[in-house]
Design a protein around this ligand. Structure first.
Ligand code: COA
Ligand code: ADP
Length: 575
């Protein structure tokens, strides 16, 4: 089954149905629950804490189905709640393992709400959690691989590797961004009628009992999340003495385990209130007897207060407490920007992201995720149509949603890693591609992401040449099922505005995937989602009037052959 989601254009994906008879993902687990008054708050809406417990249990059972052993929640990515759920509605949760790494797995969790009386369904949220197989006496567990069977599964499998990369550097990146952006923010502003943050402070203790834990006596991650949500809701509602609605939870990590008998101390306070939303921070610590307290988790949640028309109310300002309160107030402003970047850049469909997004250090991680995932999505497509073939170089096209994509494919007798190293340095592309006149590095953002300015020649006499500001994101494979990948997309940089001498061109999504066919043969595929600026370079080839693609790729093959033993073709460690 591809877990095909029926889409209502107004609502997003709404239901999950089998589309390949007889196939069901072996890790898929479903849970359906009727929302009863005991699951709801006084407004008759399902408490998010209860929902988090159901999501965590469904996902954990899916992870354990794959792992064949007991698993624990390591982290949960950002969750955005699109709707509240009323008493009497049915909550349908589907979880499946997208990919297993060494001892950890990414589990995708889809939550829909169903009205039994009208047969309507709508999406509540889509989340990704990481579960880790519990260590045994022999040490870390080595999980079996997930084998994707459908195009959707292939896509999720591929994207899971990029999401993992982002997850593992998340804490570090956020710390760096907070210290750089709060330094720029300066002093907190004083407002006369502001609510003292102290008024929103909550501290609550919970004793972990057997129903809160699994058979291995570890506290369920979902239970901890539910307790955290409870104190956060109290803090948020205290700000304006009204019921508050949880909109999103930032990505977080369970730092250490908790067990039956632990006393969990949950502390929450409103860190900052913006016009229509507020950030509440929650900290969970555990202790037993006289042992020192252990930090289990810290989470940041965004709440709104809705009026009778369900529109967000304007919130009062907050007056932070001295020192830590002021720091958290500033950090909440910085996190708000990061959150917006992340939500906007990551969750947008490729067709919705503007062609050129401004690049800066605070959105670098999300832009490179967007860059790599767009190429992976193109690579996972199976409906390419062969347009032309010459000298074993194949040109394919794909038309979808009024967009034309093309790909060029060929095999070369050069190992994949060497091919990857030679194609990774865009400055060398002019050695084989006539469309590259000049190429300079603008910024080496990190080991795997570089910003270039590329200039291309004019196509017609009298026209100007084009130039592009490109983000190139290079990725090595996580396992043998992944290709090497070089993703390219346009960005804007204030230091490199368009000039009079060139027309600024834009690339939405392009790049190479390099798959190891054997130890000395690799398949190179070049992809491009044709924008009006790129189309003139390829339209005659697609129409079958010329075969420039074949000459370019033959030149590429010659370039790789001539340089395969050079130092730049070899990974650093082998030099
Ligand atoms: N997000 C996702 N995965 C993470 C992660 C994060 N923030 N931090 C670590 N991991 C993954 C690692 O990538 C690794 O995966 P791999 O084996 O597939 O490569 C796996 O966790 C284990 O990492 P390792 O380095 O061996 O251990 P660690 O010391 O980093 O511990 C946990 C990671 C999750 C096991 C540890 O933090 C823990 O026990 N947390 C509490 C989990 C728990 O009890 N949850 C229930 C609620 S309390
Ligand atoms: P930080 O202070 O860097 O934000 P912590 O992990 O210490 O990180 O805390 C996470 C959040 O939990 C804080 O931002 C704050 O909102 C809340 N918090 C922490 N300590 C307390 C406390 N003593 N009382 C109320 N809330 C707290």
């Amino acid at each position: 089954m591809t877990s095909e989601v029926k889409t209502d254009p107004a609502q997003g994906p709404v239901s999950v149905q089998s589309c390949e008879e007889g196939y069901r993902n072996p890790t898929e687990v479903k849970m359906s629950q009727i929302v009863l008054p005991c699951h709801a708050n006084h407004r008759g809406e399902l408490s998010v804490g209860q929902l988090l417990k159901w999501m965590d249990s469904t996902a954990c059972l899916s992870a354990e189905r794959h792992a064949g052993c007991s698993c624990i929640t390591a982290s949960v990515d950002d969750i955005h709640f699109e709707h509240t759920i009323g008493v009497g509605k049915v909550v349908n949760i589907i979880a499946k393992v997208n990919r297993a790494f060494t001892s950890s797995m990414e589990v995708g969790i889809l939550v829909n709400c169903e009205d039994l009386y009208t047969d309507k369904q709508w999406r509540v949220c889509h989340a990704f959690a990481t579960f880790v197989a519990r260590r045994t006496e022999a040490g870390k567990v080595q999980l079996k691989q997930v084998i994707p069977h459908t195009q959707t599964e292939q896509m999720e499998y591929s994207l899971a590797a990029e999401r993992r990369r982002m997850r593992l550097i998340h804490a570090e990146i956020i710390t760096d961004l907070l210290s750089s952006s709060t330094a720029q923010l300066g002093e907190c502003q004083e407002y006369q009628d502001a609510v003292p943050a102290e008024r929103t402070r909550v501290e609550s203790v919970e004793l972990v009992l057997p129903p809160h834990a699994n058979h291995q006596v570890s506290t369920f991650g979902g239970q901890i999340m539910a307790w955290m949500e409870n104190v956060a809701t109290i803090a948020a509602s205290r700000l304006c003495n009204a019921h508050s609605t949880l909109r999103s939870i930032d990505m977080f990590h369970f730092r250490g385990p908790s067990h039956i008998g632990d006393r969990l101390v949950l502390k929450a306070i409103v860190n900052n209130a913006f016009k229509h939303s507020m950030e509440v921070g929650v900290c969970a610590e555990a202790y037993q007897g006289g042992e020192p307290t252990r930090h289990i988790n810290s989470a940041f949640m965004t709440f709104e207060v809705l009026d009778s028309d369900r529109k967000p109310r304007t919130l009062p300002r907050i007056r932070p407490e001295p020192v830590d309160g002021k720091r958290r107030y500033q950090e909440a402003i910085a996190r708000k920007k990061i959150r917006l970047d992340r939500k906007y850049i990551i969750s947008c469909k490729q067709t919705e992201v503007p062609l050129s997004v401004p690049w800066d250090i605070s959105n670098q991680m999300y832009l490179s995720y967007n860059n790599v995932s767009a190429l992976k999505l193109m690579d996972a497509r199976s409906n390419w149509v062969l347009a032309s073939e010459k000298h074993k170089v194949r040109l394919y096209t794909l038309e979808e949603n009024h967009m034309l994509c093309f790909k060029v494919e060929m095999n070369v007798s050069i190992p994949a890693e060497q091919t990857f190293h030679l194609l990774s340095d865009l400055r060398r592309r002019k050695e084989w591609d006539l469309h590259y006149d000049e190429c300079e590095v603008i910024i080496e953002a990190d080991d795997e992401d570089t910003l270039y300015r590329v200039a291309t020649p004019c196509i017609r006499k009298g026209d100007k040449g084009k130039d592009f500001i490109l983000l190139a994101s290079r990725r090595k494979p996580c396992d043998a099922r992944d290709p090497y990948l070089i993703a390219l997309r346009s960005v804007t940089l204030p230091t490199h505005p368009p000039t009079e001498d060139y027309t600024r061109g834009e690339v939405l999504c392009a790049g190479f995937t390099i798959l190891e066919e054997s130890s000395c043969v690799s398949k190179i595929t070049y992809y491009n989602q044709a924008t009006p600026g790129v189309l003139p370079y390829i339209s005659t080839d697609i129409a079958g009037l010329s075969s420039g693609f074949s000459s370019s790729f033959s030149a590429c093959s010659d370039f790789l052959e001539a340089n395969k033993d050079s130092e730049s073709a070899l990974p650093l460690q082998s030099l």
